[in-house]
Design a binder for this molecule. Sequence first.
Ligand SMILES: Cc1cc2nc3c(=O)[nH]c(=O)nc-3n(C[C@H](O)[C@H](O)[C@H](O)COP(=O)(O)OP(=O)(O)OC[C@H]3O[C@@H](n4cnc5c(N)ncnc54)[C@H](O)[C@@H]3O)c2cc1C
Length: 318
Amino acid sequence: MTDLNVRDVIIVGSGPAGLSAAIYATRAGLRPLVISSSAAGGQIATTDLVDNYPGIEDITGAELGQRLWDHAEHLGAEFEFDQVVSIDRREGGSLFEVVCEGGSLRARSVIYAAGASPRKAGFAGENRFGGRGVSYCATCDGMFYRGKEVFVVGGGNTACEEALYLAKVASSVTLVVRKDHLRAMRSLRDAVLSSPMIKVRYLTRIEGVEGESLIERVVLASVDALGVPTREELSFAPGGVGVFVSVGQVPQSAPVCRLAELDDQGYVVTRPDMSVATPGLFCAGDVRATPLRQAITAASDGAIAATSAARYVGVLGD
Ligand SMILES: Cc1cc2nc3c(=O)[nH]c(=O)nc-3n(C[C@H](O)[C@H](O)[C@H](O)COP(=O)(O)OP(=O)(O)OC[C@H]3O[C@@H](n4cnc5c(N)ncnc54)[C@H](O)[C@@H]3O)c2cc1C
């Protein structure tokens, strides 16, 4: 007898991977439940402009996320806001129990697409001033720094995107780069280096931020042209400065760490069909070990994972 409380597939995450999986799962004849701790789009919703999603020349990240969500919902996917704590095997391995903060659900297959979250830079005061001067998302928090000075920590694509976005609102932007060069793609690098609003400080790191309730001092540690370490303490009116950290991502793989192999950075190792060691579990998007982490690759992974899950539960042939 069919247990109506058991879902054919539960999808964890509402970023491009999870929402694309939801679209493909419904098209394969499944009624997926998407469980997510955020609104539509995941990380992509935090960026201002997406200009590399094929077929859509310019779109805000929030709108792209919402369109993916609406598409999945229109096709019949269901959604629940919750935080998944763990995923376990039950009934001799034939079912999964998805344990959330709000309760548990069971499913025959799971598509895990929980993405990644920002890595901390590790300077003194980073945690203390989180949300009060230290931010991980320029699009979300940039407006609080209109006309103020900001620092962006990092030298990759996302750090350059964040610096360019903040250059439109802040009075000045200092990009703090630990290495002696930017790692970003050429177009971003050129845009940053030609912006009159952005100053790049190479071989520099933020040692700490200090203040009473808001940041009043930023301490920079760098190396001068002769290789001699230098230390600079910059003072600001309380709240007159922001520090945006953009130094990479931490994969959100903890809930599946007992069911799948992780690489040395914690990303899930998948097969080409997005399956892992545990039959019925599929992982897609930024949470998995992959050479490119973008909306399009996450959406592609989601499509493959949903097709594999549909085959696994028997609604699609080989
Ligand atoms: C600032 C910024 C700019 C970017 N710009 C671009 C760009 O221009 N073009 C581009 O293609 N890509 C861009 N990216 C990258 C792109 O956003 C990601 O590659 C993509 O969002 C990954 O999709 P995902 O679905 O795998 O994961 P995510 O987008 O990270 O989504 C993960 C989802 O899982 C949920 N979740 C996590 N843990 C749990 C849990 N335990 N329980 C329940 N839900 C959970 C999250 O809430 C979220 O909904 C950018 C990223 C950032 C941060």
